[in-house]
Design a protein around this ligand. Structure first.
Ligand SMILES: [Zn+2]
Length: 232
């Protein structure tokens, strides 16, 4: 496993072509999960994805774009321009010592900016190629769960049970759609900050969803890398 606990000569000798960065967030997760839930999951899951790919594991970003959560305490938000700049700065840095593919693996849904940021960079023909992958995309059996929900609560019960206050969890599903958050924000559509069914969370579901997310993210990144190699 090559990561930032390695020395510079060790990294140089390993010549990693692919690097993986988890993207967390510091934002409200209702009354039953900590505000660093996304970051904690990123720090635990992204290195496993990197390891399976034989990639360099870079430290997860604690902050990202969570504008939709403004109005709740505990929210620390970067603006989209900042996150685009960070993504490009990391790409520019790792490209100098041979990394050809840089995957941003996001554990928070509001980081839409990473998609146009990656697209603009890549279509300009710049190196390394930036991949933007959503850890939660394509998980099975998610249903109406979006935030501080059955999925996140389960994964936290699996990874850090001492930080889950399940007795305070309250289920709530807004009548709005996810894209309406762009206009309304979370505060208006959910009084508690929950979107989904946290009371249905279990350790076993968390173990399964985490493994599925790691497997699918690994597969997605490998597929993109293969596309770059075969299509040039
Ligand atoms: Zn979250």
């Amino acid at each position: 496993m090559i990561d930032t606990a390695s020395t510079a000569p060790e990294i140089e000798a390993a010549k990693p072509e692919l690097a993986v960065v988890g993207v967390g967030s510091v934002e409200q997760h209702a009354a039953h999960l900590p505000v660093d839930t996304d970051h904690l999951i990123a720090t635990r899951a992204a290195p496993q994805v990197a390891e399976r790919l034989g990639a360099l594991s870079l430290p997860a970003l604690p902050y990202s774009v969570c504008l939709e959560h403004r109005g709740f305490a505990g929210v620390v938000c970067l603006t989209p321009d900042t996150v685009r700049r960070i993504a490009w700065d990391i790409a520019e840095s790792v490209g100098r010592w041979g990394v050809r593919y840089l995957a941003f693996l996001t554990f928070h849904g509001g980081n839409f900016i990473l998609n146009p940021a990656a697209r603009e960079w890549n279509m300009d023909g710049r190196s390394p190629r930036i991949f933007f992958v959503d850890f939660y995309a394509g998980l099975s059996g998610v249903g109406d769960n979006l935030h501080a929900c059955e999925v996140e609560t389960s994964i936290m019960l699996h990874l850090a049970p001492e930080r889950v206050h399940l007795e305070r969890a309250v289920d709530f599903v807004p009548t709005w759609r996810r894209e309406d958050l762009t206009v309304l924000g979370m505060r208006r559509v959910t009084p508690t900050g929950v979107w989904g069914y946290p009371t249905r969370g279990t350790v076993e579901k968390g173990r399964r969803w985490l493994e599925e997310g790691i497997a699918k993210s690994t597969e997605k990144i490998a597929h993109l890398r293969e596309g770059c190699e075969t299509l040039g």
